[in-house]
Ligand binder design. Structure first.
Ligand SMILES: Nc1nc2c(ncn2[C@@H]2O[C@H](COP(=O)(O)OP(=O)(O)OP(=O)(O)O)[C@@H](O)[C@H]2O)c(=O)[nH]1
Ligand SMILES: [Mg+2]
Length: 467
């Protein structure tokens, strides 16, 4: 997601970041680079122009150049402006005062509406809502089955009515699902290849019937500026409240995500970052700006951890780490937690300071994790609890037992030691140290997770209570 843009922007700013003093020349150079980076990312030309002008003006402001860390200040300005560009302040969904809340999904063919309908239902259910789905796409015969299958997978009711028309399906579907207890109803509508009159008329009719609380336009990020044009065309006919942007996992450039708010005035509300059903997230412009600039995204990391890790398990681990203990059993447990959080590459990018330095980490894949597991499982109980006792001959034995090499065992031992250091550092508020990643990248995630654990646990309890 945004990898190419991220690299270029970080390159442009990297030079400034480290410098003690800045002059106009250095800033101009950086602005040129930023401009190129954004254009290459397929950001709308007008958007780029005003963005760069705005950053330049602020960067040349008196207080920046005279400050002790002008480079950092410029990075902060770019961060703020990126955030503003994508729409400052997180904007969630609107919920109706009196149930049901209706969410209408619109968009072109293949943009990801049906998949998104399923993902959104799952997300809402995790929040304690009672979602329902209406199959109002009668263009494609298979569309109804597709939605029904999704509904079955996530155990959310789907209303279908074959051989009818969309308006009738929506009317009957809302009534039936609401009577069945649904408080949030998602309408999956038909797409077309292009924005055409038929599509708009159908959508207008469906909208007038459903009187939705939210109209979300589903846009495929991979189509770049085309997605923005589509959004503009939709906005003229069926005003939408926000964008649900899909396929960001396949979009290295980010042009659509960065332009759509400025061009249509409507913010991105949700992003889909993969094909799996749980890969839909609320969109937070500030967090995204941090991710793009390689500053990590601790909040998203915490939320994922929260979803993946059992509260008790997390608490226990936390308590042990507070006592300054980090045995190999803990190490193994944190690895396993991390694996539950999603594809490792994605998770690592959320860790502050790591985003841009992942190239060497391609090998940190599930296979490598299995080797780590094998090594730890080849240790005896006392060895796991007191790793300092693992001397040369024990290392040899462990390598033999796990089918790995002494080198690998050494790397893991070093990684654990680094982790322990990292934990201590983190609790004093320091950023993670890259050295800790040699051979043991994964548990670094544990540290930022832990800092907010109390808060996230509270939140979890609250959401449980709501259910
Ligand atoms: N990689 C990736 N693929 C996605 C994502 N969202 C949807 N897809 C894929 O995109 C394809 C189209 O998704 P659908 O949900 O069927 O799209 P649709 O908008 O309902 O299409 P129509 O019903 O034909 O209008 C499917 O193969 C999905 O698996 C995403 O976030 N990432
Ligand atoms: Mg569909």
């Amino acid at each position: 997601m945004f990898d190419a843009l991220s690299d270029r922007l970080q390159g442009a700013l990297g030079d400034l970041r480290g410098r003690g003093a800045l002059d106009e020349e250095a800033i101009s150079r950086a602005m040129r680079e930023i401009r190129l980076a954004l254009l290459e990312a397929d950001v709308n030309f007008e958007v780029v122009k005003s963005f760069v002008a705005q950053v330049r003006e602020r960067a040349l402001g008196q207080d920046v150049l005279k400050s002790l860390t002008p480079g950092q200040q410029v990075v902060k300005i770019v961060h703020d402006e990126l955030t503003a560009l994508m729409g400052a302040g997180a904007s969630g969904l609107a919920f109706a005062g009196r149930a049901p809340t209706i969410i209408l999904l619109a968009g072109l063919q293949g943009s990801g509406k049906t998949t998104a309908a399923g993902k959104l239902a799952l997300l809402l259910r995790k929040e304690g809502k009672e979602p329902g789905l209406v199959a109002a796409d009668l263009q494609r015969p298979a569309a109804i089955d597709q939605l029904e299958q999704l509904g079955r997978q996530i155990q959310v009711p789907v209303y279908r009515e074959d051989g009818s028309d969309p308006v009738t399906v929506v009317r009957n579907g809302i009534r039936a699902l609401a009577e069945g207890g649904a408080d949030t109803i998602i309408l999956d509508t038909a797409g077309r290849l292009h924005v055409d009159e038929d599509l708009m008329v159908e959508l207008e009719h469906v909208r007038d019937e459903a009187r939705p609380t939210n109209v979300l336009l589903v846009l495929d990020a991979m189509t770049g500026q085309e997605a923005v044009n589509v959004a503009e065309a939709f906005q003229q006919r069926v005003a939408f409240d926000g964008v649900l942007m899909t396929k960001l996992d396949g979009d290295a450039r980010g042009g659509a995500a960065l332009s759509v708010k400025a061009v249509t005035g409507r913010p991105i509300k949700l992003i889909s970052v993969g094909e799996k059903l749980d890969q839909l997230e609320y969109f937070h412009p500030d967090r995204m700006a941090s991710r793009i600039l390689g500053m990590g995204d601790v909040l998203t990391l915490i939320e994922r951890a929260e979803a993946a890790v059992e509260e008790d398990e997390q608490k226990e681990l936390e308590a042990r780490m507070l006592q300054g203990q980090f045995s190999f059993d803990d190490f193994l447990r944190s690895y396993k937690m991390l694996r539950k959080m999603g594809p490792l590459q994605g998770v690592l990018k959320l860790i502050p300071g790591l985003g841009n330095q992942l190239e060497g980490l391609d090998q940190v894949d599930d296979k490598q994790l299995s080797r780590v597991e094998a090594i730890i499982l080849s240790m005896t109980r006392p060895e796991r609890a007191r790793p300092t006792m693992i001397d040369g001959s024990r290392r040899k034995r462990i390598a033999g037992g796990s089918g790995t090499s002494v080198e690998e065992v050494n790397r893991l031992l070093e990684a654990r030691k680094q982790m322990e250091k990292l934990m201590k550092g983190m609790s004093r508020g320091k950023m993670p140290d890259l050295g800790a990643l040699t051979g043991g990248a994964a548990p670094a995630a544990e540290a930022p997770m832990r800092r907010k654990a109390t808060k996230s646990n509270k939140k979890k309890k609250r959401s449980r209570a709501r259910r």
